[in-house]
Design a protein around this ligand. Structure first.
Ligand SMILES: NC(=O)c1ccc[n+]([C@@H]2O[C@H](COP(=O)([O-])OP(=O)(O)OC[C@H]3O[C@@H](n4cnc5c(N)ncnc54)[C@H](O)[C@@H]3O)[C@@H](O)[C@H]2O)c1
Length: 396
């Protein structure tokens, strides 16, 4: 542990925390000093592993002077309350995606952080994946000219992973848009410069036993001229990891034996039993995912530029120029999700926020709502709350 490690309090010790656990265990630039969680067994497990103080209430944890920054990993609809509590006590914030469910909540959060003078970072999100950042770096180098078109698509078993009941109710942040679409939107916005202009979309809610959006297809255009298609299905039949070298979302090798496993695990479960199943993947009950041999990814992404194209892979970026192609490998760190901690440390220690600020997260959330709105009304939705990659580049 470095002596100036950022001292983190964690709000919510569920699945999202489990996925960050390998990072927190391995990265000496951060130290977990407190947690807030309603379940005593999670708090006990936390104190046994990390020491520090377990609280049953986020506000009390936020008041702890030992805590410098709070990682908010509670359900979407609680993010606003917990971010506001952190800001009230002058703590920097890393809030898991999506920033919030409603744009009103997003406004409250952005204002609370800015008024308190604390950093608000939305992550982890797949826009922090090293190959995505590498693609952005290739674009920034200017070697390929302007970005013209992006295609992003992902076919997963998302809708059949065990859920809390509200995760299947769109108005409470359920469905694929808020939990999954927001990753894809973040990636596409990062590659296209961030400033979306409008979105036309259609959505699908095809399984009456899980009555929320399980799929969408959207066409989005950007200030500057680029446009993008974003397609997602969580209906667990075709799996696009086959086009990602058979590497699963978290970077592990995808075994063909997992086919049908998500649906099978839910067979015969009522809502309560399903929510209970979800908690078996939580801290103090299950363990963190195994070490991966590749980067995390969010499905195939192709970027077309004036003088060449990019294909994102779980190991780097394939660059297709006019006369030659090459592969830019992104070496795997011993610390998973290291780029998220890079961003946190740069913000907290050096006052340099990443692209994925609260305003950025609000802009991605706006696109989620725009997709739903366009699908409902049949007309394109104009975007008015976008922000560019750098803080000062606000929508004209
Ligand atoms: N980035 C990722 O890879 C990733 C993956 C999964 C989830 N997430 C995000 O993380 C968030 C949580 O989702 P999840 O799947 O981990 O849900 P979850 O239900 O597994 O975990 C949420 C946790 O919050 C706790 N909690 C509830 N109320 C609380 C309160 N008032 N104070 C403190 N803790 C409280 C619950 O006990 C639970 O352990 C969501 O916003 C989701 O989008 C991100």
């Amino acid at each position: 542990m470095t002596s100036d490690a950022v001292r983190i309090g964690v709000a919510g010790l569920g699945r999202a925390f489990m996925l960050m656990l390998p990072t927190f265990r391995a990265d000496t630039r951060v130290r977990l000093v407190a947690c807030a969680a309603p379940r005593a067994e999670s708090r006990d497990a936390f104190e046994a592993e990390f020491g520090g103080t377990g609280y049953s209430d986020v506000e009390a944890m936020a008041a702890d002077p030992e805590v410098e920054a709070i990682y908010v990993a509670t359900p979407h609809q609680m993010h606003a309350e917990h971010v506001e509590a952190a800001a009230r006590h002058g703590k920097h914030i890393l809030v898991d995606k999506p920033l919030a469910v409603t744009l009103d909540d997003a406004d409250r959060m952005v204002n609370a952080a800015e008024d308190a003078g604390v950093h608000l970072i939305v992550g982890p999100s797949h826009s922090f994946d090293a190959p995505v950042l590498q693609a952005r770096a290739v674009i920034d180098s200017g070697a390929l000219g302007a970005v013209r078109m992006v295609q992003a698509f992902n076919y997963t078993d998302f809708l059949y992973r065990p859920r809390r009941p509200e995760e299947l109710r769109t108005e409470e942040g359920g469905g694929v848009l808020f939990s999954q679409g927001v990753h894809q939107i973040d990636i596409v916005r990062l590659l296209c410069g961030g400033l979306g202009r409008s979105v036309s979309a259609m959505t699908g809610a095809w399984d009456p036993t899980r009555p929320t959006e399980g799929a969408y297809s959207a066409l989005m255009d950007f200030h500057g001229g680029a446009f993008a298609t974003l397609t997602y299905s969580g209906y667990a039949h075709f799996d696009s990891d086959i086009w990602m070298n058979n590497v699963a979302e978290l970077g592990g090798d995808k075994s063909p034996e997992v086919y049908g496993r998500a649906r099978r695990a839910l067979e015969g479960l009522d809502a309560e039993a399903e929510a209970r199943l979800k908690t078996t993947r939580t801290y103090g009950a299950g363990d963190a995912p195994p070490t991966a041999r590749h980067h995390e990814h969010f499905g195939p992404v192709i970027v077309l530029c004036d003088r060449g194209d990019l294909r994102l892979t779980p190991d780097g970026v394939e660059v297709f120029g006019d006369f030659a192609r090459h592969f830019e490998e992104t070496p795997l760190s011993t610390v998973p999700r290291e780029t998220v901690i890079d961003a946190l440390v740069a913000a907290v220690r050096h006052n340099k926020p990443p692209a994925q600020t609260g305003r950025w997260g609000r802009a991605s959330l706006e696109v989620c709502h725009a997709i739903l709105h366009s699908a409902e009304t049949g007309v394109a939705a104009e975007l008015t709350r976008q922000c560019g990659i750098y803080k000062e580049e606000m929508t004209p």
